[in-house]
Design a protein around this ligand. Structure first.
Ligand code: GLA
Length: 398
């Protein structure tokens, strides 16, 4: 069954690419040939939320450089909701003058001067989720303005959309972005409501698959809408065939460093997001990171799994009560493996070579991506003790 997903993914790729060629303006089953590895950066929402302002965005850009995050691969600084003010008399969107008195162009220039890319947020409806002007009816005008400001990434939300059809609404903005001639990654935030993985390959570069993340291991927030890391994880199993270079499933942004989970739980959250080829969009205060948070967000070996050029999302190859095995094929024939313990006490968990789709006779080098150590080579099976609410994450390489 799981093997079938990988085979299906391999079969779908040329079909999607062929469809792309037919439309003339599409590369490799993506709308624009961008994001050939999952986007990696920071977004204001999870930590700052409604208090967003230009000082905070500049500080995030500064900290992304001074912390070393830029040097391990983080690229995008994205302003989420509530940056908008009113439209002017010509319909041009303007930033909130109190929060962004210097204007967005200056801010984008500043972010670019740090060697980073700049992202912004809008909504397919009349108003954003935070009640600011949405792009409904202004899609081409807004896209032109974003391009003139130097925007490299647009997150496009799904509040206040009335009876709009999601594929049509997202296609309109996708075309508007392409019409600008500027490369702009298109991040669709429709929460998985109408299964965007089925229709968005040629429209967006990434699409949310769930509602918002809740900074907890498991469960629902009191608003009943945001859900924990494990709840999100369960909703990704089975979506792997739809993801690939330029078109990623997005299980929402990271909560690492925001305080709602233990260090083990955050390592699991980060490691599993990397296994899923998820966008790695940090959402914490980059200027005030503990050493532990830094060691998680800047684990180069885990980031390398996320950014692996093959771009295949992990499959859940075994689920035995609260013990799970996730496997991601890597470029060059290796595998990334996560042994996940969802219980609260340590468990021994094994992966078999059958689950890796390796012959039993194959001897593989094993590397632990959290202790940064080579383990003894293994053959047929690999077993480890996994702490409660934790993972062991290794690569196996023939
Ligand atoms: C929605 C999105 C979030 C965030 C907020 C902003 O809930 O899913 O990621 O952008 O809106 O209002």
């Amino acid at each position: 069954m799981r093997q079938a997903y990988w085979i299906l993914a391999a079969l779908l790729l040329p079909i999607i690419a062929a469809g792309a060629r037919d439309t003339g303006d599409v590369l490799q089953g993506t709308p624009n040939g961008l994001a050939l590895t999952p986007p990696i950066g920071w977004n204001s929402w999870n930590k700052i939320g409604a208090d967003v302002n230009e000082r905070a965005i500049r500080a995030a850009a500064d900290a992304m450089v001074s912390s070393g995050m830029r040097d391990v691969g983080y690229q995008y600084i994205v302003i989420d909701d509530l940056w908008q003010g009113e439209r002017d008399k010509f319909g041009n969107i303007q930033p909130d003058p109190k929060r962004f008195p210097s204007g967005i162009k200056k801010l984008a220039d500043y972010v670019h001067s740090k060697g980073l890319k700049f992202g912004i947020y809008s909504d397919a409806g009349t108003k954003t989720c935070g009640g600011r002007p949405g792009s409904r009816g202004y899609e081409f005008q807004d896209a032109r303005r974003y391009a003139a400001w130097g925007v490299d990434y647009l997150k496009y939300d799904w509040c206040n959309v009335g009876t709009q059809d999601a594929p049509a609404a997202y296609l309109t903005m996708s075309e508007a972005l392409q019409a600008t001639g500027r490369p702009i990654v298109f991040s669709m935030c429709e929460w998985g409501n109408s299964k965007p993985w089925l229709w968005a390959q040629n429209i967006g570069n990434l699409w949310r698959t769930t509602g918002d993340i809740y900074d907890h291991w498991e469960g629902k927030s009191s608003n009943g809408y945001s859900i924990g890391a494990m709840n999100i994880l369960d909703m990704q199993a089975g979506l792997e065939a739809y993801s690939g270079p330029g078109r990623w499933n997005d299980p929402d942004m990271l909560e690492v460093g925001n305080g709602g989970m233990t260090a083990d739980e955050y390592r699991a959250h980060f490691g599993l997001w990397a296994m899923m080829a998820a966008p790695l969009i940090a959402g914490n205060d980059l200027a005030a990171m503990s050493e532990e948070t830094k060691s998680i967000l800047m684990n180069k070996e885990v980031i390398a799994v996320d950014q692996d050029a093959l771009g295949v999302q992990a499959s859940r190859m075994a689920k035995n009560g609260e013990s799970e095995v996730w496997v991601r094929p890597l470029k060059g024939g290796g595998r990334a493996i996560v042994l996940l313990n969802r219980s609260t006490t340590p468990r021994q968990i094994s992966v078999t070579w059958e689950q890796l789709r390796y012959p039993d006779t194959l001897k593989a080098n094993i590397r632990d991506l959290w202790s940064h150590q080579d383990l003894p080579p293994a053959q047929g099976t690999f077993t480890a003790t996994v702490s409660g609410h934790g993972i062991v994450m290794v690569t196996a390489k023939p």
